[in-house]
Design a protein around this ligand. Structure first.
Ligand code: GLA
Length: 723
């Protein structure tokens, strides 16, 4: 076994006499075993346990009257729906012979380093469910997924295939945190008490969705210690790696058991397996922290950067022409913007929608992925060469999964759009969805993308998806297989991206879906960043970005500075807009043709400042100090991995009665270290500090003179010495 956790024990251990598995990360333990009925039973997940002798073999819980049998009172580790089970199962099946009862028993195990495979099988049929666990000891995360295999001689239909169930220790009064929203208002953090019953978090839209994001956290009740805050308390969290329809069933059973089951959405789900076929569920990642929501986020950020994202490096500063030009792109216009972008320090120039086919509005052209000859008479080369000559690399917008009915592609292949024959095809933004579940559509899509990237020096694709499924028919698959579309669509999109990246290893990709409609750990495995929201208004962004930060790292969070007044009529100072965007991966989306000399000067200064701190922001540790949900002040702080740099961002919505903004007590510093203070605006420090100790900043705190409406500033610390 490769990796060791604390106390010199292996990260995954099997205790044969008790038939228990212990999965240890550096901060948590996860225990399950085989009970007297030969079924997998959950035992524990939470703070680290260290003494194997404390653990006893597992036994089913008692029946509670005749109404709650042991199948419902016992915490099944990966339970099939069978017997008298009434809680959410991980697997539900119908066999061709009519049987719908599934009871999984333990068969065998294999252990490879930090990966454990536990094979289970129905008590009668050769229907296998192999549950995989991978432990990431240093990241504090455990990954689960299952592979369902039909080794019987008859067809089986899976009606539910979940990645697994997470249990928090039995009790009541837990609180659920989750991220919800809508287009232009994504990742709003909701926190609510968990009561007996079921709370469903899901997407039925064929994609991850703006409306709910596949992440949850549960914090511990009063009585066993305080409710968690940023720094204290027990927090269990999980995130699903899947960009299709998904579902989390959060239950509190009548027997004080809180459990979260997650995987493919079961709505309209039916996945037939012929003899010999298998289905793999998406991975479900879970972690535990006893250092509050702050540490929970930092663990998940670290895990995502180190083990999910394809690239480990900080993101370049990007310019995108969309908000400046919308569809009116052409060679001279793009060159003019590129020249200005290079002047302020931009490193990547991205041309957005409008460069292909007859794409002059959103009514036509999607599907016709050839360069529009009127806008670019000599193709893309002259623009790309010009951009490269200015020292920037070049990126381009694509929306591969879509087609406008007004396009050559649709006129040629109307059957490629998702549809039920003879029935209406509902358009959204005047477009239909190409059925990516079809292998011919997949091959066609890979083909043109590969050609585009092979023939042009394209460093980056902004991969958009501007609508959700409707009429999700797949007539060519035949009635028995049509519902496989919910899985196959997404796995084919993944395959296209994977093949493209394999063939073009330097290519980077952003996942965009009308903003943050496809943000999850599945897409992040194969893309480098995500578009957080089409809402780029800086004050609205504070909350969108705060919610986003609970689950995902700043490195992937694209944040643009755009023009004011924004869509909602709000005007904030350019500096405020810059500082909000600098808490993520910075992009500029302004119409640079309208900027004053002063705007250029400020932008040049802010981008230069950003370049000195971006590693800390994108790849360091985040401390949320003041929440935009709770008052007029928002403050976030980031500390670099090596502790040598720390940076604070502070934003005041409105000052009333001339009151001083609350004192900011820093976090994550070394109390005995001395730091050099480099304030972006030295005048905003109430006390003039050139150097200061970590102890002073963390205990006494820092007062900033933030005045009026939408004031903002940033303070940078550099560690000088430790005592
Ligand atoms: C979506 C994206 C925008 C932009 C437009 C182009 O709305 O989220 O950033 O690319 O499409 O049509």
């Amino acid at each position: 076994m490769a990796c060791s956790s604390a106390f010199g024990q292996d990260a995954v251990r099997f205790l044969p006499d008790k038939k228990l598995w212990v999965l240890d990360t550096q901060r948590s333990s996860y225990v399950f075993g085989v009970n007297e009925r030969n079924q997998l039973q959950h035992v524990y997940w939470g703070q680290k346990l260290w003494r194997d002798a404390d653990l006893a073999a597992v036994h089913s819980r008692e029946e509670w009257a005749s109404f709650d049998g042991i199948a419902s009172t016992t915490p099944g580790e990966y339970a099939g729906w069978g017997s008298n089970m009434y809680t959410e199962p991980c697997l539900k099946v119908t066999l061709a012979d009519g049987n719908r009862d599934l009871v999984l028993g333990y068969v065998s195990q294999e252990l490879h380093g930090d990966t454990l495979q536990v094979v289970t099988k129905d008590i009668q049929y050769d229907l296998f469910a192999t549950i995989f666990y991978r432990v990431y000891p240093e990241a504090g995360v455990i990954e689960k997924h299952a592979v369902i295999e039909n080794k019987t001689s008859q067809p089986i239909t899976l009606e539910s295939a979940q990645a697994g169930t997470w249990y928090v220790p039995p009790g009541e009064g837990y609180r659920l945190s989750y991220l919800t929203g809508r287009w232009a208002g994504e990742t709003q953090l909701i926190q609510e008490d968990i009561h007996p019953g079921v709370k469903l978090l899901e997407s039925r839209r064929g994609t991850t969705s703006h409306q709910t994001n596949p992440w949850f956290a549960i914090d511990a009740p009063d009585g066993n210690g305080p409710r968690a805050d940023q720094e204290h308390g027990r927090v269990w969290f999980g995130a699903l790696g899947w960009s299709g329809s998904w579902k989390f069933t959060v239950e509190q059973t009548p027997h004080r058991q809180v459990r979260v089951t997650g995987g493919y959405n079961t709505f309209d789900f039916a996945y037939p397996l012929q003899p010999g076929e298998r289905l793999e569920t998406p991975p479900f990642y879970g972690g535990f922290s006893d250092g509050g929501f702050g540490e929970a986020s930092r663990l998940l950020h670290h895990f995502t950067r180190e083990f999910i994202l394809p690239t480990a490096k900080a993101r370049p500063v990007l310019y995108n022409s969309w908000e400046a030009t919308e569809f009116n792109v052409d060679e001279p216009g793009q060159k003019a913007l590129a020249e200005k972008a290079a002047r302020i320090g931009v490193e990547r120039f991205v041309m957005d929608d409008g460069w292909f086919g007859a794409r002059n509005t959103d009514h036509a052209g999607l599907g016709d992925w050839f360069v529009n000859p009127k806008k670019f008479p000599n193709g893309l080369q002259p623009l790309i060469q010009y951009v490269n000559g200015l020292g920037m690399d070049f990126g381009i917008w694509v929306e591969p999964e879509m087609v406008n009915p007004d396009s050559d592609l649709y006129r040629k292949h109307p059957d490629w759009a998702m549809n039920f024959p003879g029935r209406p095809r509902t358009e959204a933004r005047n477009q239909l969805i190409l059925n990516m579940a079809r292998d011919d559509v997949k091959e066609y899509t890979f083909g043109w993308l590969d050609k585009l990237v092979s023939e042009n020096r394209i460093a980056f694709l902004k991969w958009d998806m501007n609508r959700n499924f409707s009429e999700p028919g797949w007539p060519e698959a035949g009635p028995a297989n049509e519902k496989k579309i919910w899985v196959k669509y997404t796995s084919n999109v993944y395959e296209i991206i994977d093949r493209l990246r394999a063939k073009h290893p330097k290519l980077e990709i952003e996942s965009c879906s009308g903003g943050g409609g496809r943000v999850d750990l599945g897409i992040m495995k194969r893309t480098d960043e995500v578009w957080t929201s089409d809402n780029t208004e800086a004050y609205d962004r504070l909350r969108i970005q705060e919610g986003f930060s609970y689950a995902y790292p700043a490195q992937v969070m694209m944040a643009w500075v755009t023009d004011a007044p924004n869509y909602n009529g709000r005007t904030t100072p350019l500096k405020f807009r810059f500082l909000v965007a600098m808490m993520g991966s910075l992009g500029i989306g302004n119409n640079l043709n309208k900027w004053s000399g002063e705007d250029f000067a400020l932008a040049t200064k802010m981008i230069a400042y950003y370049k000195t701190i971006r590693n800390t922001v994108q790849r360091g540790q985040l401390y949320r100090l003041f929440s935009p949900r709770e008052g007029d002040l928002t403050a976030n702080q980031y500390v670099s991995k090596d502790g040598k740099q720390a940076v604070l961002f502070a934003f005041l919505r409105s000052q009333q009665y001339g009151r001083l903004a609350p004192t900011i007590r820093w976090r994550g510093l070394e109390e005995h270290a001395v730091y050099r203070v480099k304030a972006l605006d030295p005048g905003k420090l109430v006390e003039k500090l050139d150097t200061v100790s970590g102890a002073y900043l963390q205990n006494h705190g820092l007062d900033l003179s933030l005045v009026g409406d939408y004031d903002s500033t940033s303070v940078l610390l550099e560690r000088l010495e430790s005592h």
